[in-house]
Design a protein around this ligand. Structure first.
Ligand SMILES: O=C(O)CCC(=O)C(=O)O
Ligand SMILES: [Fe+2]
Length: 319
């Protein structure tokens, strides 16, 4: 069976029936647990799970009328009647980080404060998680050597893994990483970059979800070299006002030729907060090290405080 046929099969295989599920969700609040998690992550409530099973809510629209651009834009992907609940659930139940790191350009060391909250789950293709949460070598099925990773990879919790599986089914791609950004206000942002690291392989497909406040997603072509006697062609620009529930699949030559960003904004709805979820596939262990370094880091944990309506440092409860 081809990989694509396999993923489509698992997409179309029915989710557990209501009866099967209610036993699991009503008796105890089921959670995803792992020794690397700050705290257990609840499974999706049945109402969200059921409705999400109807995604994608609309067909994707291809945007490929610019050089090297290949997008599939779902407006929306997440059904309208569940997008708010999914946003509130994920903002409440996930642990986030505000990563700081130093970069060295020649002799000059600069401190970088990542201007948004981040968290990450997954492991690259050289390893996989066993049922018990331990890591196995993908090829041999045996436990990985203790020194394979400096970081501590985390399995994707059920609430995000369900979305990953649906996304695999409707995009015909596979993913082993889930990165989450939380933009608390218009002052949070991501600057122009492309996700074209070598560890993602050639022409990576990245599925990117928006939940919560609408934010502009800007794209511009990387500088094009001038051809013989002609000036460099005009760089094309795009502005997509991503709304809650939208998904944009970036694929083909997009990452190697285009940059994207979420710029800072003053006023408007940005201050209501926005979650971005990306699914990607890292091929080698360098991808795992990179993603945990820049999305978990070494600082403290944050969790949403529903009374104060802000992310607050999370303190481990005394037992
Ligand atoms: O928030 C977004 O929509 C974009 C996030 C992004 O580009 C990234 O995490 O690489
Ligand atoms: Fe990106």
């Amino acid at each position: 069976m081809s990989k694509r046929a396999q993923t489509l099969d698992s997409f179309f295989s029915p989710p557990p029936t209501k009866k099967q599920r209610s036993v699991a969700t009503l008796s105890t609040q089921a959670t995803s647990k792992h020794h690397t998690y700050a705290f257990p992550v609840p499974h999706l409530p049945a109402e969200i799970y059921d409705t999400l099973g109807f995604a994608p809510a609309t067909e994707g629209k291809a945007i490929n009328d610019q050089p090297d651009l290949d997008l599939l834009y779902f407006q929306p992907y997440v059904p309208k009647d569940v997008e708010k609940d999914l946003f509130c659930f994920l903002r409440q139940e996930l642990f986030f980080y505000r990563v700081q790191y130093k970069i060295k350009r020649g002799p000059v060391e600069t401190q970088i404060n990542t201007p948004r909250y981040t968290t990450v789950f997954g492991v690259d293709d050289s390893s996989r998680f066993a049922e018990d949460g331990s890591l196995l070598d993908s090829k041999t099925g045996k436990p990985i050597p203790k020194d394979r990773y400096k970081c501590q990879p985390r399995p994707i919790p059920q609430c995000l893994d369900f979305l990953r599986q649906i996304t695999e089914g409707s995009t015909g791609e596979t993913y082993n990483f889930c990165l989450v950004n939380y933009y608390a206000s218009g002052n949070d942002s991501i600057s122009y970059h492309s996700d074209d690291e070598r560890f993602l392989g050639k022409d990576p497909a990245i599925a990117s979800f928006s939940l919560g406040a609408k934010r502009d997603f800007l794209m511009k072509h990387k500088p094009m070299p001038p051809s013989d006697n002609e000036p460099a062609p005009e760089a094309k620009r795009l502005k997509l006002p991503l709304a809650s529930g939208d998904m944009i699949l970036m694929r083909g030559r997009t990452q190697s030729n285009w940059l994207h960003s979420i710029p800072k904004r003053k006023g408007g709805e940005s201050d209501r907060g926005r979650i971005n979820i990306t699914f990607r596939k890292a091929m080698v262990k360098g991808g795992t090290e990179n993603y945990y370094q820049y999305n978990v880091g070494v600082g403290g944990v944050y969790q949403w405080d529903e009374k104060k309506k802000e992310m607050l440092p999370w303190v481990k409860p005394e037992i």
